[in-house]
Design a protein around this ligand. Structure first.
Ligand code: SF4
Ligand code: SF4
Length: 386
């Protein structure tokens, strides 16, 4: 049963959204451009413009599922003629609904995930001591002061079997290139990105402060990350706590290793490949070229572009905390994306985000021909040709 949260009168709601960081709604003049570009409207109705108007009037239907749909893909923000930071408005409305970290029972998965994150620092309630287990059998050192880079694999590549292949490939590449790096394993938490987007500011701050303290205590200055979500958070949101780490996404780092001759490609990859831009690497942070440059350097690899690429990349549907919520099979943008990849004849869809890989692997299984396309992280492709 859906809970109804009593948040009225209207003025309190308007002021609450503003105080929670959503004051951008004031600039909206209701043109509706956001609705035309929002990926939800390819699979179902999602009235973004109307939600912004409801925020302006303080008549937000807090009990509605719509409040949880935004995947924070940034398509709408890029096109809005008034520069409305629509994601901030969505996040602010969720923050009102999740006061003091209490998640409504109507979002059961999210509630369990947040409880696990609060208690053990990872979304599945796994033992923090198991966090570095992905590196077993590899020469991966614990980070100590004076090392150049901390590698932060993200929760998915630390614990989840499919994504462990990504952290494993990454460590092999870093070792091969002679990079001076280490990991902090059980001493780290989730970066907190998804729960912040889901409105739990208190939990985000606790996770962030825990990581920041650990990093400062260990003398971390430069961080390598597998996930664009961790990248965005460390680079653009942790500075809110008066710290600034040098953060590099693996796709950028691999490009530099290849350019400087620290990694050499010795084999061909004779496949037709397409690259999916993760929202938090591409639209949110402007990194479009380095991953493609890495792929272009691989002999035999034919790189083809999908219908929606680069700035217009179609979201996989897992941002904004949606990774922790159920999405009906017939409402997954990821299925549309796989169809786009297959339509250009790609045999492999390469991306650079654990959330995208997780969702594409799931969605591939519901295609009529699940063998038609393979999903790979960019590190996995390089691992095969080094
Ligand atoms: S595109 Fe911008 S101005 Fe137009 S309705 Fe959406 S938020 Fe408002
Ligand atoms: S950020 Fe993406 S999902 Fe959210 S309203 Fe904008 S276009 Fe839709």
């Amino acid at each position: 049963m859906v809970e109804t949260i009593p948040l009225s009168p209207f003025k309190i709601v308007v002021e609450g959204i503003q105080e929670a960081g959503g004051e951008a709604f004031r600039f909206c003049y209701q043109c509706g451009t956001c609705e035309t570009v929002c990926p939800w409207n390819r699979v179902r109705k999602f009235f973004v413009r109307r939600m912004i108007h409801e925020a302006q009037l303080g008549v937000v239907p807090f009990e509605a599922e719509d409040l949880w749909l935004c995947v924070t893909c940034r398509q709408c923000v890029e096109r809005c003629p008034r520069g409305v930071e629509i994601i901030d408005v969505m996040r602010a409305m969720r923050r009102l609904l999740v006061p003091d970290g209490v998640v409504p029972a109507s979002i059961p998965n999210l509630r369990g995930i947040m409880t696990s994150l609060a208690s053990v620092g990872n979304p599945w309630g796994q033992d923090p001591q198991d966090r570095p287990n992905w590196a077993k059998g590899l020469e991966v050192k614990e980070f100590t002061e004076g090392m150049e880079y901390l590698y932060f694999p993200c929760c998915y590549p630390s614990y989840e079997p499919r994504l462990k292949k990504v952290s494993f490939a990454t460590a092999k590449l870093l070792n091969q290139a002679g990079v001076d790096y280490g990991i902090l394993g059980s001493k780290e938490n989730c970066c907190g990105e998804s729960v912040r987007k889901a409105g739990n500011e208190t939990l985000f701050k606790n996770l962030a402060k825990g990581n920041i303290k650990t990093y400062i205590d260990h003398g971390v200055k430069k961080i390598l990350v597998s996930s664009p979500h961790c990248f965005h958070t460390f680079k653009n949101e942790y500075p809110e706590f008066k710290v600034q780490f040098e953060v590099t996404h693996l796709s950028q780092f691999l490009f530099h290793l290849l350019k400087e001759g620290k990694l050499s490609i010795t084999k061909a990859f004779p496949k037709r490949v397409t690259y999916h831009d993760p929202c938090y690497l591409g639209r949110h942070n402007g990194i479009f070229d380095e991953p493609r440059e890495v792929l272009r350097r691989i002999p035999g690899l034919e790189l083809v572009e999908m219908a929606d690429n680069r700035e217009k990349s179609l979201c996989c549907g897992m941002g904004g905390g949606r990774i922790w919520m159920e999405t009906a099979k017939n409402e997954r943008f990821s299925v549309l994306r796989l169809e786009q990849a297959i339509a250009v004849g790609a045999e492999v869809l390469v991306t650079a985000c654990p959330y995208c890989i997780s969702q594409f692997e799931d969605s591939r299984l519901i295609l009529k021909n699940s063998e038609a396309i393979r999903i790979m992280d960019i590190t996995e492709v390089l691992e095969e040709v080094i």
